[in-house]
Design a protein around this ligand. Structure first.
Ligand code: XMP
Length: 505
């Protein structure tokens, strides 16, 4: 019998170990993600090794531990970001803090290498590092550099060891998929694998929940909608969907959700909890505290509703990127507490079931299409669980929420008119807590600025600001300052992720 070999992926705590795994699975390989200090006992089952990115420095005292013997096994190795630095440092090279960080897009120039087969001599790559390799190990050669990073890719083809400082797994690296494919094709021929069908998810849910009752927090976003519909197809009337209007919803949202879901055979309960949310968030300005309070209130409400419905399970639409950014995968650092992951109390009586927890947003959208959900859900712009509350810097008042709500309507309206909606991941306003001087109707004004944030992304892990034509930006800006009396200035956020995140809080 032929042993099925897999790729072993060492997780050093970066944001993208699972994204790498996913790309590799798409080529038909089995992947196992293991902790950084995993010890290989049986090499016969391992076809290749990938060392992923990570938030630490390879030279720091408590850097993630790992076994150096990896390099003696004769198995092809690819190091990415932290993995790149780890290979250099471990094999006798040197890593140091760079004089400048390199976060976001960069242009890579490459030399002849198997890794860059079928790619041009220079192409855009996505970087996210401060540390840099300054000296190569013996018998290794540099095969790629950027303006900032002299050693951005290096290799020893005889040993089949390759290392890249940039992230081939993210969509912003133009030839990223080809690079991974080039690495893998040294190991075996490549086939491509299909995504799971809705029926697999439905069956899995049936197996997990059986004839027990469950409630699902439905926000109307694509994730919770897909989770609700999948689970309702699996357990029918035993599911109750609860929609909480926190007071931080977008304009007309609650009405729209009632209308959309009235077309499904789904038990839906709509709760107006705005007063409760405002009361608990009074004078709270810290973003993490806001998220924690909102998350806790959600859980309190769901627990109460579950008790009434006699439910054992709480279904959540958590997807993979929510989990890595909340620091819930091993070694990953915590960026934000996504409300559906961060606020769960230890003594929660309900069992949590998250049918989409291994999926990325584009996979969830694919699943939504396969489930024949309407376009308004399938293509719905992402909206964070904490809602407009995390788009207001500082304390929350109904007046401030209204400013953001009105600005949001204008932004969506103008982008729709310009036919740009399909090209972007999300567009939204952020209200700052400062004021600035302006001149309106020949008079001095002293009012809030609104930040306009429009981003493009494929997987939520990385993003870039959208290059919207100036005349459209101008239309949005003019309408916001004309129609919202509390605002006299609009600024456009031109930061990518990293170094910024999409939301401001
Ligand atoms: P960031 O701001 O972290 O956001 O770059 C990545 C994507 O996730 C959305 N987001 C959230 N979604 N609960 C959610 O369900 C949350 O707490 C949350 N925070 C951010 C964000 O809108 C973006 O699309």
């Amino acid at each position: 019998m032929k042993i099925k070999k897999k790729i072993l992926l060492f997780d050093f705590g970066g944001q993208s170990a699972h994204l790498i795994a996913r790309r590799i699975k798409e080529f038909g390989f089995d992947v196992e993600i293991v902790g950084s200090n995993y010890k290989i006992t049986d090499t016969s089952k391992i076809a290749g090794i990938i060392l992923s990115g990570g938030a630490r420095s390879v030279y720091e005292k408590n850097a993630p531990k790992f076994n150096k013997e990896l390099f003696l096994l004769g198995i092809p190795i690819l190091g990415i970001c932290y993995g790149h630095q780890l290979i250099a440092q471990t094999l006798g090279g040197k890593v140091a803090k760079g004089s400048a960080g390199e976060y976001g897009p960069s242009e890579l120039s490459v030399k002849n290498s198997k890794l860059f087969k079928n790619l041009s001599s220079s192409f855009p790559v996505w970087m996210n590092h401060r540390d840099t390799v300054i000296k190569l190990p013996k018998n290794f050669q540099t095969v790629g550099n950027t303006k900032t990073t002299k050693i951005a890719a290096f290799e020893n083809p005889k040993l089949k060891i390759y290392a890249v400082q940039f992230h081939p797994e993210v969509s912003h690296t133009k030839g990223g998929v080809i690079i991974l494919k080039n690495f893998l094709s040294q190991i075996s021929t490549i086939s491509s694998k299909k995504l799971s069908e809705p029926k697999d998810f439905i069956q899995e849910t049936k197996n997990a929940i059986g004839n027990k009752k469950a409630i699902v927090g439905l926000s109307g976003g694509v994730d919770s909608s897909v989770a609700a519909i999948l689970v309702s197809r699996a357990i029918g009337k035993n599911l109750l969907a609860v929609y909480v209007d926190t007071g931080f919803m977008r304009s007309g949202e609650t009405k729209q959700i009632k209308k959309t879901f009235s077309k499904f055979t789904l038990k839906l309960k709509v709760l107006n909890a705005a007063d409760l949310y405002y009361k608990n968030l009074k004078n709270i300005t810290d973003p993490e505290q806001k998220r924690k309070i909102i998350g806790k209130l959600f859980i309190d409400i769901f627990t109460k509703e579950a008790k009434k419905f006699k439910a054992n399970y709480l279904i959540q639409g958590t997807i993979y990127s929510d989990r890595i950014e909340s620091g819930s995968t091993k070694n990953s650092s915590k960026i934000k507490s996504h409300h559906n992951v961060g606020g769960l109390p230890k003594n929660l009586k309900l069992k949590i079931y998250e049918p989409l927890k291994e999926l990325y947003k584009d996979e969830v959208r694919q699943l939504a299409r396969r489930l024949k959900l309407p376009e308004e859900i399938t293509n719905r712009q992402v909206f964070p669980g904490p809602g407009l509350a995390i788009r207001i810097i500082g304390d929350l008042t109904p007046k401030k929420v209204n400013i953001v709500r009105e600005a949001d309507v204008i932004i969506q309206d103008e982008l729709k008119k310009a036919g740009l909606m399909k090209k972007i991941w999300m567009a939204f306003p952020v209200l700052l807590s400062i004021k600035s001087v302006g001149i309106q109707g020949d008079e001095r004004s002293y009012k809030y600025p609104v930040v306009l944030r429009i981003v493009q992304s494929k997987d939520a892990i990385t993003a870039n600001f959208a290059r919207i034509p100036f005349d459209i930006l101008e239309k949005i800006s003019t309408r916001i300052t004309n129609e919202i009396k509390e605002v006299n200035r609009v600024v456009y956020d031109i930061s990518n992720k990293p170094p910024a995140t999409m939301e401001w809080e």
